[in-house]
Design a protein around this ligand. Structure first.
Ligand code: SF4
Ligand code: SF4
Length: 328
C-alpha cells in the first residue's frame, strides 16, 4: 500500500472565494467547483466526487491534484462523512489592517456594511446535511476570510451547525462588532474566537488597523470572556477567547509594546493570548529573507511573562515552523 491517504481529502470541505475544494492546505488538491452550479447540483456533485475518491482509493488511485503532495500517508484515514468544514469564502471586512493578505482583492477598502459573502454556501451545506454527508457526532468548523461581523449569513450558518450538533468551531474576527452568534457558541462550549489586537495602545492600534476602535474591541473581548465563563462544562472555557499579537516591523516590534499588550489583556479579563510572527504581508515582500532577531526575542519574552502573569500562551504554529527554518 503506497502513500495514498490524506485526512483532508476524504474528511474535509473547504469553501474559498473562487472555488470549493477538499484540501485545506496550500497544496490545493482537487478543485470541486467554481460555484457555477446551483446549491442542489453542487451538493450532489460533492457527494459524487467523494464516492469516486473512495472507490479510487480502494483501487490505490490518487486524485490528480494530490499526486505531487507531500502530505499523503499510508495510514488509512478514510471517513464516510465530512468532519471538517472551512469557510474562507469572502474578503469583506470592517477593519483595514495594513498587513492584510487580502489587500490585492480589497485594495485596502473596508466598511461596516453587512453584506452576503456568498449566499449559496448556506444552501449547499443544508443540502449536504440532507444527503447525510456531514458527521453529526464530530464536525469541526473553521471560519476565516474577511470579518464575520459584516458577513450577513454568519448567524444563519451558526444556527445551522448548532442544530446539527456541531462539535467545535474556531473563528477569527476584527472584534469591532460584538457578535451574538459567537456568544451563543461560547456559552455552549462549542466555539473559540481569536482577535488580532496586536497592541495595548489605542494610537498604535489606529496606525495598524486604520480604525479608531481599540477600546471597543477590548470591551467586546471582555464580554466574550464573560460569556465563555457561563459555560459550566469546562472550567477553562475562557481560554477560548484569545487576543493575538502579530509582530509588525516598525509598529510593535519591541518588548515595551508587548508588555503593554499583556497587561491590557490581563486588565480586560483575558486568560489566553497568542503570539505570532507576521507572514501574511510577508507573502508579497519577503522571499527567503532571514527572520529578524526581534521575533525570537519577543517570543522568549512572551513565554516568560505569560507564566508570571498566569496567562495561557499559544504560539502560532506556522510562525514556529518558519522560525525553526530561520527564513521566510
Ligand atoms: S493536496 Fe495533499 S493535503 Fe491536499 S487533499 Fe490532496 S493529499 Fe491532502
Ligand atoms: S481583520 Fe483580518 S480580514 Fe480584516 S483587514 Fe484585518 S487582517 Fe484583513
Amino acid at each position: 500500500m503506497g502513500n495514498i491517504y490524506c485526512k483532508f481529502l476524504t474528511n474535509c470541505l473547504s469553501f474559498h472565494q473562487k472555488n470549493v475544494r477538499f484540501c485545506t492546505t496550500l497544496q490545493l488538491g482537487e478543485i470541486v467547483s467554481v460555484y457555477q452550479e446551483n446549491p442542489k447540483e453542487l451538493a450532489d456533485k460533492i457527494c459524487e466526487l467523494r464516492r469516486q475518491i473512495k472507490d479510487n482509493l480502494l483501487s490505490n488511485i490518487v486524485p490528480k491534484g494530490c499526486q505531487n503532495c507531500i502530505y499523503r500517508s499510508s495510514e488509512k484515514t478514510y471517513n464516510d462523512k465530512i468532519q471538517r468544514i472551512d469557510l474562507y469564502y469572502w474578503y469583506h471586512c470592517n477593519c483595514g489592517c495594513f498587513y492584510c493578505s487580502y489587500r490585492d482583492e480589497t485594495k485596502g477598502e473596508f466598511s461596516d456594511k453587512i453584506i452576503y459573502g456568498n449566499s449559496k454556501i448556506y444552501q449547499i451545506i443544508k443540502e449536504l446535511y440532507k444527503l447525510n454527508q456531514i458527521d453529526l457526532n464530530n464536525l469541526y468548523v473553521n471560519v476565516g476570510g474577511g470579518d464575520i461581523g459584516v458577513l450577513k449569513e454568519f448567524p444563519k450558518l451558526v444556527d445551522l451547525f448548532l442544530k446539527h450538533n456541531l462539535n467545535f468551531s474556531t473563528c477569527e474576527s476584527s472584534g469591532i462588532r460584538y457578535l451574538k452568534p459567537v456568544e451563543k457558541l461560547l456559552k455552549k462550549g462549542k466555539g473559540a474566537i481569536t482577535v488580532a489586537v496586536c497592541t495595548g495602545n489605542r494610537d498604535i492600534y489606529k496606525k495598524i488597523k486604520r480604525r479608531d476602535k481599540y477600546l471597543q474591541v477590548m470591551k467586546n473581548l471582555k464580554r466574550y470572556v464573560l460569556a465563555a465563563k457561563k459555560y459550566k462544562g469546562n472550567i477553562h472555557n475562557a481560554d477560548n477567547v484569545v487576543s493575538k499579537y502579530i509582530i509588525l516591523k516598525g509598529f510593535n516590534d519591541n518588548i515595551e509594546e508587548v508588555e503593554k499588550w499583556l497587561l491590557e489583556s490581563k486588565k480586560y479579563g483575558l486568560t489566553c493570548v497568542e503570539i505570532s510572527m507576521e507572514f501574511c504581508w510577508g507573502i508579497h515582500t519577503k522571499k527567503g529573507q532571514k527572520i529578524e532577531n526581534y521575533n525570537y526575542e519577543i517570543f522568549d519574552y512572551v513565554e516568560k511573562r505569560t507564566k508570571e502573569l498566569g496567562l495561557l500562551l499559544k504560539k502560532n504554529t506556522t510562525s514556529i515552523e518558519l522560525m525553526q527554518q530561520g527564513t521566510y
